[in-house]
Design a protein around this ligand. Structure first.
Ligand SMILES: Cc1ncc(COP(=O)(O)O)c(C=O)c1O
Length: 450
């Protein structure tokens, strides 16, 4: 996966989401900030922010805990409400309201298919969250280890994508650990010697939910497939920050959580059709052994699936140009490229304020390597417990998190006690340079006061 600098120019985009014509970039302040920098962005953040009721309702609150869940635009709330008002019934009935639910689920399968660049909508399954899909796939893999008992897991991943696989020990699985290097990266060169004809699967993240490092997952797939192994990607943290492309990633399974990508709580799984077809899953006899139904046993939250479809529309609108008749996928790619470009501006400023406050930042810190991370920063202030820093920021209306970020092994790898861990500020595309500066000023005060 390569992330070249994207030369997107927002002046050419339609800003279909904008309210009125006022592109208020003064709130963004990026131009002023970028003097002397290479990044060129006029991202319409002020126009986007007004589309998020939570941001409007709490203008003084800084949402820097997006890795734990993102805010939701009005169009998503409308879709959820509309579903509950107009067709809050079970699927599969002969009457119109029930058929409407079927249609919404089918429509969301198509839009999520475009979001991840799947081969076919039937490769998309909906459910409660990412972890339950990890567990479902891992249970199936555990039953089909055959002569390949080895599973590669990493010490950078969210524990969900580690513990689910470790639980297969009782099925005879053995584990190879792909360790993060001191620079906060998983190097594919370190993975290669772990792979062999005994490798059944490599489970890794696309981006770290704690330190933001991006993994070169296309290279992971290339090497894993060369020995006949499969690749399972946790895309939960990466999803709101960049283009997802299962065809370019070359992976075999990929999971996401809707609530990290501006939708309500739900999760989805993509898998190669032939693999999903073979995967043993629990299902009642009357459920055909075919994807996606075999992965969706029971009822999931239809209104939130409707919300997920609206979240995809929100992103697509962001990538629209004047007079645009581009396909949904093309608009999504433009939107996510633009988000990545803008988020690099945010990352640069975040690194600056963290450095000013004397914080120890874990993972990628080099300005020249911003394209290898998303705007998620774990750090500590010398001698001040992370919980206290997070509480102090909370008292000042800034929402961050202190702890192990559900990645206790990563905390240990960083030399931290997982019980206290680090402070994490995780940004999304609706955050601003001004918010980062406010956060930076407070952090400096906290560091000085000790
Ligand atoms: C990287 C990553 N993987 C997995 C999960 C678990 O996702 P879910 O809550 O949808 O099960 C999270 C949640 O924070 C996450 O950040």
């Amino acid at each position: 996966m390569r992330f070249g600098a994207q030369a997107l120019h927002w002046s050419k985009l339609v800003l279909g989401l904008a309210i009125g014509n006022s592109r208020d970039l003064s709130r963004f302040g990026a131009k002023e900030f970028q003097k002397g920098q290479n990044l060129n962005s006029e991202f319409p953040v002020a126009n986007l922010r007004v589309l998020f009721p939570a941001l409007k309702k709490s203008p003084d609150f800084v949402f820097f805990d997006n890795a734990a869940g993102a805010q939701i635009p009005q169009c998503v709330l409308d879709a959820v409400t509309s579903h509950l008002v107009n067709c809050n019934v079970q699927r599969g009935g002969p009457y119109e309201k029930s058929q409407q639910v079927d249609a919404i689920v089918a429509q969301t399968r198509r839009s999520v298919c475009d979001l991840v660049n799947a081969f076919h909508p039937d490769e998309i399954a909906f459910g409660m969250n990412a972890t339950s899909f990890m567990r479902m796939v891992s249970l199936g893999v555990g039953q089909t280890l055959g002569g390949r008992p080895e599973i590669v897991v990493t010490d950078m991943d969210h524990e969900a994508n580690v513990a689910t696989w470790l639980a297969l020990e009782k099925d005879g699985a053995r584990f190879r650990w792909w360790r993060m290097r001191d620079n906060g990266k998983l190097h594919v060169g370190d993975l290669v010697p772990l792979l062999s004809p005994a490798t059944r699967l490599v489970a890794c993240t696309v981006a770290s939910n704690a330190i933001g490092s991006i993994v070169d997952v296309a290279e992971v797939s290339k090497h894993a497939h060369a020995v006949g192994a499969e690749v399972f990607l946790d895309c939960v943290h990466y999803a709101p920050h960049g283009v997802i492309d299962v065809q370019k990633f070359g992976c075999d399974y990929l999971v996401c959580s809707g609530y990290k990508v501006f939708s309500p709580h739900m999760g989805f799984l993509w898998g190669r059709h032939e693999l999903l077809k073979q995967l043993p899953t629990f299902r009642e006899d009357f459920i055909p052994d075919e994807p996606p139904g075999k992965l969706e046993v029971g009822t999931f939250v239809y209104e939130n699936v409707a919300g997920m479809d609206a979240a995809v529309s929100y992103l697509a609108k962001l990538g629209e140009r004047v007079g645009d008749n581009a396909q949904l996928r093309a608009r999504l790619v433009r939107a996510m490229d633009a988000i990545r470009e803008y988020e690099q501006v945010l990352s640069l400023e975040m690194l600056r304020v963290l450095q000013d406050a004397g914080a120890e930042v874990y993972g990628i810190r080099e300005q020249g390597q911003l394209s290898q991370r998303v705007p998620t920063f774990s750090f500590n202030l010398r001698g001040i417990p992370p919980g206290r820093v997070a509480s102090e920021l909370a008292r000042n209306n800034i929402g961050v998190r202190g702890g192990h970020m559900y990645a206790p092994r990563l905390m240990q790898r960083l030399g931290l006690d997982p019980k206290s861990g680090a402070v994490r500020a995780s940004l999304a595309h609706y955050n601003t340079v001004e918010e980062i500066r406010r956060f930076g000023e407070l952090l400096r005060k906290i560091a000085v006061q000790g």
